[in-house]
Design a protein around this ligand. Structure first.
Ligand SMILES: [Zn+2]
Length: 315
């Protein structure tokens, strides 16, 4: 049995975002995650359907013209459009993107209302590459940054931190947080790798960004060292009221998009550390959202390890 209550928020619309043949960010990813969650039968798990993030909620991060342009996209059934070389939209994409952002918002509500201590948004498209005025890197809206602004506006939280362990740098979240001293962004990511940002000297306008780039081939030791020596103490020093997590599982050794060598238990370890940090500073409040992860078996297994640690289930 879990020692704390865990919620999973998702929406069937996230399975209608069709990126076309051969695209790694595919519908099957979320199917694998949802099937694994069902098969894991986590006792006491709360399951919720995501609302649609409103234009105003999206515009708390993205430029209003950018929000309006994305919401106005209409792709006929069966066809595809491209926002950049690898950011593809289909008939169901905008609805999926609004539900993905809405899922993280709902996760914030659940933990702030005390209905759950921790929440996970099982969604796609991912969000952390989406910049205030640009969709890119498979991402339309920046789900985690939108949830951070929502938590401030609707729950009056003063300080919010995002921990991002996706193998790619969360350039969009960094850009959205850069000038704001009450938002903190901490990231490990492979470097060099897409999108090319995330150097150690990128610190934010107020020292509110912490980047720990890792060389290709890095594994458990380098990853755990970066978090325990560098990033976890930096987040703790910032003392957030709420901890958000950009949970991408593409640093796994089985992942085809990068060359890091994490194992599933590295995700369990880091999640346990983040839960402990949330308990110390945020009353245990932690909301995580799915970013990348492109090997279906590794993704499904890693998400379950993440959820077991997030909900403090017996291993
Ligand atoms: Zn990624």
């Amino acid at each position: 049995m879990a020692r704390m209550s865990l919620a999973v928020v998702t929406h069937p619309a996230c399975l209608e975002h069709d990126t076309g043949p051969g695209h790694p960010e595919r519908i099957e990813r979320l199917r694998a995650v949802l099937d694994a969650i069902e098969a894991a039968r986590l006792p006491g798990l709360i399951c919720e359907e995501a609302p649609r993030a409103s234009a105003d909620q999206l515009a708390a991060v993205h430029r209003r013209e950018q929000v309006e342009a994305l919401l106005a996209i209409e792709v006929p059934e069966g066809e595809h459009g491209a926002l950049d070389g690898d950011t593809i939209v289909s008939h169901g994409s905008i609805e999926a993107a609004q539900r993905a952002a809405g899922a993280v918002i709902r996760g914030v509500d659940l933990v702030m209302e005390g209905k759950a201590e921790a929440a996970f948004a099982a969604v796609r498209p991912p969000g952390h590459h989406a910049e205030p005025d640009r969709a890119m890197g498979f991402c339309l809206f920046n789900n985690v940054a939108i949830a951070a602004q929502y938590a401030r506006a609707s729950h009056g939280l003063a300080r919010i931190a995002v921990a991002d362990f996706d193998v790619h740098h969360g350039n969009g979240t960094q850009a959205a947080f850069w000038d704001d001293p009450v938002l903190f962004f901490a990231s490990t990511h492979q470097s060099p790798l897409y999108p090319g940002t995330g150097a150690r000297h990128e610190r934010g306008a107020h020292g509110n960004v912490a980047n720990a780039p890792l060389e290709p081939g890095s594994g458990s030791r380098e990853f755990r060292d970066a978090w325990s020596r560098d990033l976890l103490p930096a987040i703790a020093a910032f003392a957030p009221d709420l901890l958000l997590v950009s949970a991408g599982f593409d640093a796994h050794m089985s992942d085809p998009l990068a060359q890091m060598r994490l194992r599933t238990d590295d995700y369990a370890w880091l999640t346990g550390e983040l839960v402990a940090l949330a308990r110390q500073h945020c009353g245990g409040r932690i909301v995580s959202t799915l970013e990348g992860g492109y090997d279906l078996a590794a993704l499904a297994e890693s998400v379950i390890a993440h959820l077991r640690a997030l909900g403090d289930y017996e291993p």
